[in-house]
Design a protein around this ligand. Structure first.
Ligand SMILES: [Zn+2]
Length: 205
């Protein structure tokens, strides 16, 4: 089946399917073509499904997402997720990028939506891959981490319905085993390491 030359096999050579292709069906659960509604879809490559009826190829591309390490009151702000995935776990504020939006714009918008505060971005820290399972579909994300501070230092945080609450942690007292996403753990560890390095460099002067 997977080495046949159907509507999507009009390419000179139909690419050989590796094990990752089969996993894509499991990750998405998709059974219909999103363009023609046909049920004649098959694996095209590791991250793509192809419709043999109309030739449409759906790429399950990695989504860009942003997260903010917000420095406030001598610590870092973590939210508690109100909804799945990872409901009840700690999280960094942020979210998916919209169309026609930069990562910086997305981060400022998401934090304003979640916490009702404006932040200033200090610097881009790092990125890590992540998996976000929502309604039984696995989305692969590239999480972009920025260090930021409230635009108004006297700000009061209220939050909204996306998060149940939030808490400020000193960098040496972060609740590592209660943070929902591994990408957040890795980014926060890198952040804490950079603080220690900066401190020791300061002490050396
Ligand atoms: Zn189709």
């Amino acid at each position: 089946m997977f080495n046949s030359y159907g509507a999507c096999g009009s390419l000179a050579s139909f690419r050989k399917i590796d094990k990752g292709g089969f996993e894509l069906i499991e990750y998405t659960g998709f059974i219909y073509c999103p363009k023609c509604g046909g049920k004649n879809i098959e694996i095209y490559e590791k991250n793509a499904l192809c419709c043999k009826s109309c030739g449409y190829i759906y790429f399950h591309n990695t989504c860009a997402a942003t997260a903010g390490i917000v420095e406030i009151e001598g610590g870092v702000l973590l939210t508690i997720r109100a909804h799945e995935p990872k409901a009840g776990m700690y999280d960094l504020p942020g979210g998916f990028m919209d169309y026609d939006e930069s990562a910086e714009q997305a981060l400022v918008r998401e934090i304003r939506e979640e916490l009702d505060i404006d932040v200033k971005i200090k610097y881009y820290l790092t990125s890590f891959p992540n998996r976000y399972i929502y309604k039984n579909v696995t989305y692969f994300t590239a999480d972009l981490f920025f260090v930021c501070v409230p635009a108004d230092e006297n700000v009061r945080i209220t939050g909204n319905e996306e998060i149940s609450t939030w808490k400020i942690f000193k960098p040496d007292a972060l609740p590592w085993d209660k943070i929902g996403f591994e990408s957040n753990v890795k980014a926060l560890k890198l952040y804490c390491e950079s603080l220690r390095t900066a401190k020791s460099e300061f002490e050396d002067i």
